[in-house]
Design a binder for this molecule. Sequence first.
Ligand code: ADP
Length: 357
Amino acid sequence: MSRPRPLDPIPSIKAKWSIVIVAAVAVTALMSQIGLHLGWPVWIRPVIAGALALLAVQFLAHGMTYPLRQMATSAKAMARGDYSRTVQTTTNDEVGQLANAFNGMAAELADSDRQQKEFIANASHELRTPVAALQSTLENLVDGVGTPDRATLGRMLAQSEHLGRLVNQLLDLNRLEAGADRLGTHELDVGDLLHDLVGELRLSHPVAMFDVKAAMGLRIQGDKNQLERVFTNVIGNALRFSPIGCPVTIVASRQNGSVRISVKDQGPGIPENERGKVFERFWQADGSAPTGGGGAGLGLAISKRIVDQHHGEITIGDNQPSGACVVISLPANPVASDLPIDEWQASGSPKGDALAS
Ligand code: ADP
């Protein structure tokens, strides 16, 4: 059983040390007086007074530095990669607060260490798949088992493109998480941006249908390339999951100083309990990518980091009545936000644009 720590309830280390010093001085003075009164020899009085003062200090200050010693041991263990040692504290003074903060930091470091290991394991797994496929095809060609015909070379090209995309996504994610990319700050018209993107997507997806409604004058400040990347990924996902013949609906409007862009499809949707997970790195629903062409579960993780850097928000809305709805909110350009609401509405009656082919 641990010895009692009488000063634990005192919430200040300064007050504790003051009490310890006063108690030591009081015990020394008291014992000197008692010794004098009892006629103890001169040399023995300070020895007994000092010994009792030390005992009083031991009793009162017991455990005051224990968390500090534990922190030193835990820090050494953390340097070796062991984050499991927590610091025990029963006091709420500055040392106790430091111990609690230390425990919080250790938990965060343990979590980030776990995430990093998971990330490396996932990334290695994702990279190994196309590398293994390429290697086995090349081995067959070298052994003369396969023929380097157009179809085989096409498959190899697709695998190497997939590999290249993956490496680029990993590098981008790394740069975004490290905050190493400086964002461009262009003034952008959201309607123009969306119409241009949809125009390009129509070329690569000739049978896809889009229904774009963007209010006029929706201006934001941001990095054009990065934001195009976010919309391309979100609209690309919607196209992948939408049944053929069902349009992807894109609506951009102004809402409380923000520009809100929703991308809605009529696919299987994203279950409520998985809506937070889709922004995690490498997360993919079981059996996703029904129409093929899926990535490695990095697209929305990258999109979220880009939107965060623009001080915006990306969320999954309700599946109503079916399908997934991804909502991106970005701060409206202050100049446009300063427009009186009537003026904005007058200049920006929603423009509907159904693009289908
Ligand atoms: P990926 O490149 O694999 O699609 P994303 O990060 O873009 O990666 O998406 C992660 C996962 O979220 C997808 O694999 C899929 O399971 C789910 N998801 C994303 N968009 C949709 C959507 N529109 N409908 C249904 N599921 C989606």
